[in-house]
Design a protein around this ligand. Structure first.
Ligand SMILES: CC(C)(COP(=O)(O)OP(=O)(O)OC[C@H]1O[C@@H](n2cnc3c(N)ncnc32)[C@H](O)[C@@H]1OP(=O)(O)O)[C@@H](O)C(=O)NCCC(=O)NCCS
Length: 315
């Protein structure tokens, strides 16, 4: 993303409701500051907790920041116009992250929930894509089913989780799947029901970039099962599939990954020895990453020899 560039916005959408009211989806303007205050002022404690992870009541500087975005950041609002005037009923934004992705946040006024959230997110995803932002990331409370559902319908993957309270989720903007962020760590996508892999932290501590995919859902079927590309699999260095025994769809998913990347697929049986699984995945991933990135790639694990020190980890 060019963070110094002005945001390009082909996004401006008008919807006439059957009762004569009118919705306009557009980029935020500096004169939205008071309306943004009113939108947040209506949030109850649960909503504040989901948006801020506490009962925070932001003050004027927060709304000044929302209405006057920084270069490279983008914010969309939905304005409702009635015979008596106009007000904001939703906002969604991304802020520039150092890895080129955007940090996502959004709020929809309670009485408008049901379809505005997914509609607004679609527009924000389009806006991010045309501005060269490849993925949107968000910390989401595990109890926030509406946000998790909204992102899950767009193929979200789990970047991180702290056990069971907060998930770091990511969606792609240019296709149905997220993509790898720049970096030299070996790429390891993990297919596991629900998307929480018990070895996630251990694998990261070994220097692997791990992205966990919860598998197919009715709202978001896996592209691999429909003969489509998955950039996370294509650019993987090793792939882990934790396949529930006897599940036909997951057996099919495993087969699709093996057809695509046979030797790079490690099956993680729930009863398998964790140390062995991690050692196997790490060895495959490091060997593959050395080929993919070349001998000059940066060392990612200080406990391991640099690629130019030894041929042990090279193919
Ligand atoms: C998160 C939010 C923006 C989603 O917008 P929305 O208009 O409510 O979206 P929806 O009502 O369409 O819900 C999205 C999905 O979650 C599901 N969902 C909604 N509430 C749910 C609940 N309590 N339990 C389970 N699923 C739920 C919906 O069925 C929908 O899934 P579908 O697309 O498969 O039908 C909105 O709920 C909100 O503003 N919440 C408060 C602030 C917040 O949490 N922001 C996100 C911080 S990261």
């Amino acid at each position: 993303m060019n963070s110094t560039a002005e945001i390009v916005s082909p996004i401006e959408r008008d919807v006439s409701l059957p009762d004569g009211r009118h919705l306009t989806l557009r980029l935020v303007r500096s004169d939205d500051e008071n309306d943004l205050f009113d939108l947040y002022d209506q949030l109850d404690d649960d909503d504040r907790h989901r948006r801020f992870f506490c009962a925070y009541r932001p003050r004027e500087p927060f709304f000044h920041g929302l209405a006057n975005r920084a270069h490279g950041d983008a914010r969309l609002v939905v304005a409702l116009t009635t015979a008596s005037g106009s007000r904001l009923i939703a906002e969604a934004s991304y802020c520039h992250l150092l890895n080129g992705n955007g940090e996502l946040a959004m709020v929809v006024a309670r009485r408008w929930r049901g379809w505005i959230g997914p509609w607004l997110l679609d527009a924000l995803v389009d806006l991010a894509a045309v501005n060269g932002v490849p993925n949107l990331e968000a910390d989401v409370l595990a109890e926030n089913s509406a946000m998790i559902g909204t992102l899950r319908a767009r193929g979200s993957v789990i970047l991180d989780h702290d056990g069971y309270s907060v998930l770091r989720l990511m969606i792609g903007t240019a296709g149905p799947t997220a993509t790898w962020s720049p970096g030299t760590q070996p790429h390891v996508p993990v297919e596991t029901p629900g998307g929480r892999w018990s070895h996630h932290d251990d694998a990261r501590a070994l220097g692997l970039a791990v992205v966990a995919c919860p598998g197919p859902s009715p709202q978001h079927p896996c592209p691999m099962l429909n003969g489509h590309r998955c950039p996370l699999v294509e650019d993987a260095d090793a792939i882990v599939v934790r396949c529930p025994p006897g599940d036909a769809q997951w057996t099919e998913l495993l087969a699709a990954h093996r057809i695509a990347r046979n030797a790079d697929v490690v099956v993680d049986d729930p009863h398998a020895d964790a140390t062995h699984v991690l050692a196997t995945v790490t060895a495959i991933a490091r060997r593959h990453a050395n080929r993919r990135c070349g001998p000059h790639r940066r060392r990612t694990d200080p406990t391991q020899p640099a690629p130019h020190d030894t041929t042990e980890t090279r193919s």
